[in-house]
Design a protein around this ligand. Structure first.
Ligand code: ADP
Ligand code: MG
Length: 464
């Protein structure tokens, strides 16, 4: 269709409008015009590169949800910049407006010679805090090292603090939480958050404008420097050199460095050895995928901060099925809420299945032993950990045998694995449990109906 791009963008806007604040919508979305639709790639014409970067950073969820909804899971977005900004005057450190001052025209605080430290905007997003960074086994070391650093920046042995982990696991959140806490507690200290891409671009601009020493001076004034996604410095030798200088200066002056990366220092192939060895001076701490419990706690926390409620079954369903990363969990939550609001639907398992189906290509039909244990334990009103204990109480023995049986049926795990998951029992115990349950199912009708209730509940959480 000739005008398809216009129609697609109109539909996106309806969704975006519900998801972003009115003032933000006016500032950032009304100035965009759709340019073309190329397969499932929508090209948007935006007034400037900064505009594109800003919406990409702050409204990615809304954009993603609206595009998924209108164009399906393969949808992509490209920006077309109307007037690539001419280099009118040297602005090597120009910054984007932060959330707080979307409407004020951002005056460049760094271009003025003799800048005051106080005028440096930290570029932090205040919503990333420790209290909304849920703790779990997946992040315990990194989180507590972060808290220690935030209390005494530059004064612990965690310098640099090197946080690494896959995409969407909370590196940016944690690094910014440290920055926010430092900024709050020591107002005389300058904190700066910068992505390594932006750092690189600023450096290149300063080269073009003959202002490299301004650039270096500026960075050497910072007390707590956070550089996000340091892996993007790979193979950028000149930028690495300048960063090496800045790093040494800050480290020697007892200033704090916080770096994040999608991989541990040793795997940063295109980065000079002398930098890698410095990255290892402090502490490297990784972030891993949160466990099922932690995923549930994260969802609860996101919901309570948005004042939204979801039925427990839906929360469990999302936690169980979205195992890629936390960002994806958030995307799913937003989509569910948006879909319910837009089409006046109830938030229930059907809706959750539909939305998750759009997000994730292959939702597994296999249940984890952990999940089966929890479901059965819930049904019997006992703690899941009881299933792993040695107790011979009738109720618990029954629940344990039943969980073993269901695990054998629904989890594709070996008998050995299942036995292990129940406090290190051996496979013959599992065989025995299965036999007992089979007998009971034949003889005991009350048990049989209980069984089918649990089974139904478990099956309702797999997507067909
Ligand atoms: P990364 O930088 O590793 O790609 P982000 O820090 O951007 O990941 O995290 C992605 C999203 O997940 C963010 O919205 C963040 O708030 C959220 N998130 C990640 N880990 C947690 C956690 N432990 N508790 C609460 N939210 C989290
Ligand atoms: Mg990040």
């Amino acid at each position: 269709m000739y005008n398809e791009h216009l129609q697609v963008w109109d539909e996106c806007l309806v969704i975006i409008k519900k998801m972003v604040r009115e003032s933000a919508y006016k500032t950032w979305f009304e100035k965009i015009t759709p340019k073309s639709l190329d397969g499932s790639t929508l090209v948007l014409q935006v007034p400037s590169k900064e505009h594109a970067m800003y919406i990409d950073e702050h409204f990615i969820d809304a954009l993603q949800v609206s595009l998924h909804t209108t164009l399906g899971p393969r949808a992509e977005l490209e920006y077309f910049i109307v007037n690539p900004r001419k280099l009118h005057k040297p602005l090597p450190y120009e910054v984007k407006p932060t959330r707080k001052d979307i409407r004020t025209n951002s005056v460049n605080p760094f271009a003025i010679p003799g800048i005051k430290k106080q005028s440096i905007d930290s570029q932090l997003n205040e919503s990333y805090r420790f209290d909304n960074f849920i703790e779990g086994d997946c992040n315990r070391l990194a989180r507590s090292a972060g808290i220690a650093v935030a209390k005494k920046p530059g004064k612990t042995s965690f310098n640099p603090l090197f946080i690494f982990g896959d995409v969407g696991l909370g590196k940016t959140h944690l690094a910014q939480a440290i920055g926010n806490q430092v900024a709050e507690h020591s107002e005389d200290k300058t904190v700066l958050y910068v992505s390594s891409e932006k750092f690189t671009n600023q450096f290149i601009e300063s080269l073009q404008n003959n202002a490299v020493s301004d650039f270096v001076n500026f960075y050497q004034m910072i007390d707590t420097l956070i550089i996000d996604d340091i892996q993007f410095l790979e193979n950028k030798e000149k930028t690495q050199d300048i960063f090496f200088t800045i790093f040494n200066h800050l480290h020697q002056s007892g200033k704090q460095l916080i770096l994040t990366s999608d991989r541990p220092p040793r795997d940063l192939k295109g980065i000079e050895e002398r930098l890698i060895s410095r990255f290892k001076w402090g502490l490297s701490a990784d972030l891993q995928l949160p466990s099922l419990e932690t995923r549930m706690a994260i969802i609860q926390s996101k919901l309570s901060s948005e004042e939204v409620e979801l039925p427990p079954s839906v929360i469990e369903f999302i936690s169980h099925n979205v195992r890629t990363n936390v960002r994806e969990i958030e995307g799913v939550l937003i989509s569910i809420v948006a879909e319910a609001a837009l089409n006046n639907r109830d938030i229930n398992l059907d809706l959750a299945k539909e939305v998750i189906g759009k997000f994730i290509d292959n939702i597994s039909n296999e249940l984890t032993v952990e999940y089966i244990q929890r479901t059965v334990a819930d049904y019997f009103g006992i703690e899941p950990s009881k299933l792993k204990e040695k107790t011979r109480k009738r109720l618990i023995v029954r629940a344990r045998q039943l969980s073993m049986y269901l695990a054998k049926q629904l989890s594709n795990k070996s008998l050995k694995h299942i036995g292990n998951a129940f406090g290190g029992r051996d496979h013959s115990t599992v065989v025995h449990a299965c036999k007992t349950i089979e007998d009971l199912l034949e003889k005991d009708n009350t048990f049989k109906s209980e069984f089918s209730t649990i089974q139904k509940q478990l099956k309702s959480t797999t997507v067909d």
